[in-house]
Design a protein around this ligand. Structure first.
Ligand code: GLC
Length: 495
């Protein structure tokens, strides 16, 4: 009997030791994986760091490049495009005008009835249409004919609230949010596509001629009287309601800025000096690059695999089209090298652009106790069934690192513009208010991003100067702004 007990005890102890060894090994493996995953995040955090001193270097580099781009064509990565907008809306605009806003995965068409002096916007209507992905990489005629058909339908459905002057042709402001070398307010040639569009047969062509051809094919008698970038439209729309607007920034699928420049400060402008002595410049700042930009291996890989490698480098670390994909790339490395999501790498994690920035934003803003939003997103997007609370926290941390870098660098770009205009310090204009109109889905919907951007601008400017600089959300400004510019460049205006 005693022997049996001893044998059983020995077996029991041996089993316990074996189990403990297995559990211990598992624990050590888990601990190692966790440490490795955290090390990857830490490294990303260090590489993405944007201390104030670095932001000042970025801002200075932006100012230098602005000067270079204004001095000569091709003098800088910043194109500093002349827009032929030398008179921003005054509030006197009157009549019915249309706008077409093309620049992302959706386009919008709108009509605005303007009341003239003091009358403001009497009524407006719009419709939004998504662009079938195949048209973003197809042929120019396919894209423009699709757009023109929707525009024709929109005009056909016009109600009695909108009245065109009898005998007049309809006039359109065309917001085309890509880099265009303008030849006048109503013509310009496409320099290149950005933001995932790639339609080779349009590059170098006059965009207004392309649209006009397509509208004629639809039997639509409409004239494009203003061709504008979305930044320029936002600036114009902002100025209509607030005379202190001096610049506009878009933070959406892509990013860019426009501002009002003194004509004398544009050496490459060989034409006549504009009457007002001012000219709106479309910076195309998405193409900015500088050795001071904090770039990681993930940014380089994203760039190399993009449709436009080596281009739009600033845009690729700041804007909505790319932020989610940077996060995905880091998570993928964590899954591959630290088994962050278990023994196998979830296949969806390897697919580019599966994590969209709105989903990243939703995870970043998750305040639930069990971070269920993060858990659900990981499940629906990457088919990761069971994520631990701890891993969800790490995902949020990563979203924060990537969004913070983008927002702080965008703020540095804004400081660069204010420096160029001499409005970053106290001077004669002390106490005067200057407004930067902002628009774009990223700014509008990613609260943590826009808050960080605003805080950083204030931090960079200091308490006193930042009281004079107002960042103002100009909702849908780019479309309305284009309609306003169509009005101020109408073929029916006297003189
Ligand atoms: C891209 C385009 C630019 C546009 C910006 C924001 O950077 O090149 O023209 O203004 O996106 O939509």
């Amino acid at each position: 009997m005693g022997r049996v007990v001893v044998v059983a005890a020995v077996i029991g102890v041996a089993t316990a030791v074996a189990v403990a060894a297995v559990v211990g090994r598992r624990f050590v493996r888990k601990w190692r994986r966790r440490a490795k995953a955290l090390a990857i995040v830490k490294e990303v955090e260090e590489k993405c760091a944007t201390p104030i001193a670095k932001l000042r270097q970025v801002a200075d580099a932006m100012t230098v490049e602005m000067h270079a781009g204004l001095a000569s064509e091709g003098g800088s990565k910043l194109k500093m495009l002349i827009t032929y907008v030398d008179n921003l809306p005054t509030g006197d605009e009157e009549g019915l005008f249309y706008a077409l806003d093309l620049g992302g995965t959706n386009f919008r068409v709108l009509r605005v009835q303007l009341g003239g002096k003091g009358g403001g916007i009497v009524s407006q209507e719009f419709t939004e249409v998504s662009i079938p992905p195949k048209l973003m990489v197809g042929s120019s005629s396919a894209l423009f004919e699709y757009i023109a058909s929707k525009l024709a339908k929109f005009v056909a459905e016009e109600g009695p609230d909108f009245q065109i002057h009898p005998g007049r042709q309809r006039e359109l402001g065309f917001t085309f949010s890509f880099p265009v070398m303008q030849t006048s307010i109503d013509s310009g040639n496409l320099i290149k596509w950005t933001k995932g569009f790639s339609i080779d047969d349009t590059v170098g062509k006059d965009i207004v001629a392309e649209l006009t051809k397509a509208m004629e094919k639809q039997g639509l008698d409409m004239r494009v009287t203003a061709l504008v970038n979305d930044t320029v439209g936002t600036l114009a729309g902002g100025r209509y309601t607030d005379k202190d607007v001096i610049a506009a920034v878009i933070l959406g699928t892509g990013t860019n800025a426009a501002y009002v420049e003194r004509a004398q400060a544009i050496p490459k402008w060989h034409g006549l000096l504009p009457k007002s002595g001012e000219m709106v410049i479309n910076m195309e700042w998405g193409n900015f690059r500088s050795s001071h930009l904090p770039l990681t291996e993930f940014d380089h890989a994203l760039d190399m695999e993009s449709l436009n490698p080596g281009e739009q480098v600033y845009e690729k670390i700041i804007s909505g089209m790319y932020l989610g994909d940077i996060v995905r790339r880091v998570l993928c490395k964590m899954a591959e090298e630290a088994s962050f999501f278990g023994d196998t790498v979830p296949p969806k994690l390897k697919v580019p652009f599966t994590l969209r920035t709105p989903d990243m934003s939703a995870m970043h803003h998750d305040t639930s106790a069990d971070l269920s939003v993060v858990g659900n997103k990981l499940k629906t997007i990457f088919e990761i069934q069971d994520s631990s609370l701890e891993s969800r926290k790490v995902v949020i941390e990563l979203c924060n690192i990537i969004a913070t870098r983008g927002a702080r660098l965008a703020a540095a770009g804004m400081l660069g513009i204010l420096k160029k205009l001499g409005k970053d310090t106290l001077n004669d204009s002390e106490g005067q208010r200057f407004v930067i109109a902002m628009d774009g889905g990223l700014y509008e919907h990613y609260d943590a991003y826009s808050k960080c951007l605003e805080d950083t601008v204030a931090e960079l400017l200091g308490e006193v100067v930042s009281q004079n600089i107002v960042i103002q959300h100009s909702m849908d400004g780019s479309g309305i702004g284009a309609a306003l510019l169509a009005a101020s460049h109408s073929q029916y205006l006297e003189g």
